[in-house]
Design a protein around this ligand. Structure first.
Ligand code: PBG
Length: 340
């Protein structure tokens, strides 16, 4: 990097900062509503919104309410939403069978949202954890999640989601080889324009706790069959080189974009993939990261909007093309309001 050899007083870095117009003129990273994706939790019922105690101000919405929220997101300028079902516990089983039901909660949500708000993008997760009675992302054999048997189910799930109208399928399961298999299946079913946003670098993180409460998977881990955590498939937060390999594999297998999560603890990884890679990098400000900021703000520790803006601009500065955040709607509105 070329660094000026001038020193004080020729160089006074505060010159840039001395007025609002100067700060705006020299600003490198500008967050806009186009950068934001709003995750939504859906639940059975009508005109229903159920609080999630560990995720302040986020609710599980019935399909009709989710449609309304999607319209609000669209009107606020948000390009896409991401859907996660809180599946009726009665429908959960060891193999996550409900994931392949073309009329399941998430498919009904996709159809209703695309019918009412056709110009918003819908991202649907590919993974079995909202549907399994043990809470894992795949099926269990010999005490662990079985890779290849799980991939055989995930490809069917991806096709079901594409058929329902998801413009982006987002495998979040961390099985090996699933991106290539899903790409082949989508092509075979003529879903040639369905994007694959691969959760390529997904760390085994404590910060997914509130999400697992929201979809009802967390309390199940280790209770029935399978391990008590997801460390045999999600990545060790200590590793960088493994992240590079995960990303390279998914590029080769036909992914259209990569996801890194959690975002705030992986800024170095986002920067590496943005600098060295060929695909857009998305980042997920996950439930626990959101909750920390929301709870801190609610307790008067800092201003909520300022804290979210700063965390999100940092993720974009690292190199993220898009950011999933539960604060997307508030922040999109605040960004709009901040312009003349
Ligand atoms: C499911 C999935 C998880 C998240 C997104 N998809 C949880 C997990 O892997 O246990 C986490 C998102 C969040 O915490 O906001 N495969």
């Amino acid at each position: 990097m070329a660094i000026s050899t001038f020193s004080f007083p020729e160089t006074r870095l505060r010159r840039w900062r001395a007025a609002d117009w100067r700060r705006r003129l020299f600003r490198e990273t500008v967050l806009t509503e186009n950068d934001l994706v709003l995750p939504l939790f859906v639940v059975d019922g009508n005109d229903t919104a159920i609080d999630i105690p560990s995720l302040p101000d986020v609710q599980r919405l019935s399909v009709d309410r989710a449609v309304k929220r999607a319209r609000e997101a669209y009107e606020a300028g948000i390009p896409a939403i991401a859907l996660f079902p809180a599946t009726d516990p009665k429908l959960k089983d060891a193999r996550g069978t409900e994931a392949l039901n073309a009329d399941n909660l998430v498919c009904r949500s996709i159809k209703a949202i695309k019918a009412a708000v056709p110009d918003i993008g819908v991202i649907a997760d590919v993974a079995l954890d909202p549907y399994t009675d043990h809470g894992h992302d795949g099926i269990i054999a010999d005490g662990d999640v079985a890779n290849d048997e799980t991939v055989a189910i995930l490809i069917q799930q991806a096709v079901v989601l594409a058929e329902a109208g998801a413009g982006i399928v987002a495998p979040s399961d961390m099985m090996d080889g699933r991106i290539g298999a899903i790409r082949k299946a989508l092509e075979a079913h003529k879903h040639v324009n369905t994007l694959i946003l691969s959760y390529a670098v997904k760390y085994a993180s404590a910060f997914y706790g509130p999400f697992r409460d929201a979809v009802g998977s967390g309390g199940r881990l280790g209770a029935k069959s399978g391990p008590s955590n997801k460390r045999s498939y999600q990545m060790d937060p200590a590793n960088t080189r493994e992240a590079d390999r995960e990303a390279a594999m998914d590029v080769n297998e036909g992914a259209d974009a990569l996801m890194v999560k959690p975002a705030g603890t992986s800024l170095d990884i986002i920067a590496n993939l943005h600098r060295d890679g060929s695909l857009p990098v998305f980042a997920y400000q996950v439930s626990g990261e959101y909750a920390m900021l929301a709870v801190g703000a609610a307790n008067g520790l800092f201003n909520r909007t300022d804290a979210f803006m700063e965390s999100l601009v940092a993720i974009k500065r690292a190199g993220a093309t898009g950011i999933l955040t539960y604060a997307a709607l508030d922040i999109a509105r605040a960004l709009k309001d901040s312009r003349p």
